[in-house]
Design a protein around this ligand. Structure first.
Ligand SMILES: Nc1nc2c(ncn2[C@@H]2O[C@H](COP(=O)(O)OP(=O)(O)OP(=O)(O)O)[C@@H](O)[C@H]2O)c(=O)[nH]1
Ligand SMILES: [Mg+2]
Length: 441
């Protein structure tokens, strides 16, 4: 999609007014263009790698366009591995004028993501790291930002890159067994392959969670559910710190779903208060209950609220039977009751007691965990899922298959994982990825 011989230029900072804007140029002619467009204040000062110079951006006839700072990075020690120049202008119109000057001098306006594309093309970053750059720029929450940064800076290779190297070793092991059948025992090789493949599989599973990708991109849905009058709306208001939902002592107060945006320890969430779930003859309430049940099914996290001052009833039982790992059990009204409910977090939506512990528990459910490297896009998790399937099949059939059939599954998994890191991917997919970037990155 891109012609990678051209020298490209773009404003790297976002449009509009701002204190400073950065115009970036990359390619064979970057230094020549920088030297023509920039005049240092100190006579004879010349660009050296990474050193900022003070001076002016100048037009063709030598007139000052803006007072600027400028810096060059020499290939290959730059973002793109090409010669790169940056001119730091004042925000607003100046950056546009400087960009026009660079284009006048022979640079071509960069396409979206083209700087990062060159970094990928020139082998400085893998495809999953390029995607981490994009996630970092568009991160909607502190947690998403941290996670993208972790993937971007995770040493020389990503977890998937390391999984590929290990799979490659296993393929080599099979080849060696085929080449030296007298010296290498087939069963020992098979056992070793199965045991290592299990570890690799566990690693891939840990980092490939489509639910987490959705949470980082769009925020998490947290639904408050329970039978009528247990204090769901009171909990909604307590979590939001303002009176969003109507609270009364009449069972069946909330009849519709009520959504509100919030942030839980830096992750954006949509909190949903729902109608109390019960059998009812009231047509409107019935519709509310149906909506509530649908919300529970689709949520990333469900706060199942019980009234610890009352008995567990059949409506509670119905919800309790749906419990899975998305659920957090909440025992409300702890201020008037000291009944223990096993496995529940005790709170009082009225006094605020326990709300902070509950917030911690929600965060633990929807956050990726502090240290784990995670895949960041659905494209990546989908590929990981296919690779997992290959390894699972190989492990399941390992006792009955020949080594060369196992080899096929291993190379399949290897190739699919290559789609994540970019070793094994079509140009179309690559184009699609970089098109989602912003200009100047
Ligand atoms: N003592 C005490 N009362 C509470 C607490 N939480 C809620 N209540 C009371 O319980 C009653 C019902 O509260 P709501 O928040 O409306 O309950 P709900 O689950 O939303 O009820 P529906 O909308 O009818 O399903 C109100 O009178 C609240 O004041 C609590 O922690 N302690
Ligand atoms: Mg309510």
């Amino acid at each position: 999609m891109f012609d990678d011989k051209d020298t490209i230029a773009a404003v790297a900072t976002s449009r509009g007014e701002g204190g400073i804007a950065i115009v970036r140029v990359s390619g064979d002619r970057a230094l020549e263009i920088m030297n023509a467009a920039f005049k240092p204040r100190v006579k004879g000062a010349a660009f050296s790698h990474g050193k900022m110079l003070y001076g002016s951006a100048v037009s063709k006839d030598g007139r000052e366009i803006d007072e600027v700072m400028a810096v060059c990075f020499f290939a290959p020690k730059s973002y793109t591995r090409e010669d790169v120049g940056e001119i730091h202008t004042h925000g607003g119109i100046s950056a546009q004028l400087v960009l026009e000057r660079l284009i006048d001098l022979g640079a071509r306006p960069a396409e979206r993501g083209e700087f990062t594309y060159r970094a990928f093309l020139n082998g400085r970053i893998s495809l999953d790291k390029a995607e981490a750059v994009m996630s970092l720029i568009s991160a909607k929450s502190r947690a998403a930002q941290r996670s993208s940064l972790r993937n971007l800076t995770s040493g020389s290779s990503s977890l998937i890159g390391r999984a590929r190297s290990r799979l490659m070793e296993l393929v080599t092991l099979i080849d060696a067994a085929a080449d030296f059948p007298e010296e290498i025992d087939e069963d020992v090789t098979r056992d070793r392959i199965v045991s290592e493949a299990k570890q690799i599989l566990a690693d891939i599973k840990r980092c490939a969670d489509p639910r987490y990708v959705k949470i980082m991109e769009k925020g998490a849905s947290v639904v408050i559910a329970g039978k009528p009058n247990v204090g769901k709306s009171s909990l909604m208001n307590a979590l939001l710190s303002f009176e969003r939902s109507i609270v009364t002592d009449i069972a069946g107060t909330t009849r519709d779903t009520i959504n509100e945006s919030a942030s839980i320890r830096g992750i954006s969430v949509t909190l949903t208060d729902t109608a109390g779930i019960r059998e009812t003859g009231d047509a409107i309430e019935k519709m509310g209950v149906t909506r509530a049940e649908k919300c529970v099914d689709e949520a990333d996290c469900v706060l199942l609220v019980l009234d610890s001052s009352g008995e567990i009833e059949k409506e509670d039982e119905k919800l309790l039977s749906k419990m899975d790992d998305r659920f957090i059990l909440v025992a409300n009204k702890d201020d008037i009751s000291k009944n223990e409910i096993e496995g529940a977090i005790r709170i009082s939506a009225l006094t605020g007691e326990g709300i902070s512990e509950l917030t911690d528990a929600i965060y633990r459910k929807i956050s990726p965990g502090e240290d784990d490297e995670k895949l960041l896009t659905l494209r990546q998790t989908e590929a990981a899922r296919r690779a997992q399937a290959c390894l699972e099949r190989m492990i399941a059939l390992s006792s009955e298959t020949e080594l060369d059939l196992m080899r096929e599954d291993l190379t399949d998994a290897l190739n699919i994982l290559g789609e994540i890191t970019g070793e094994n991917i079509t140009e179309q997919v690559i184009d699609g990825i970089f098109e989602r970037f912003c200009v100047g990155k």
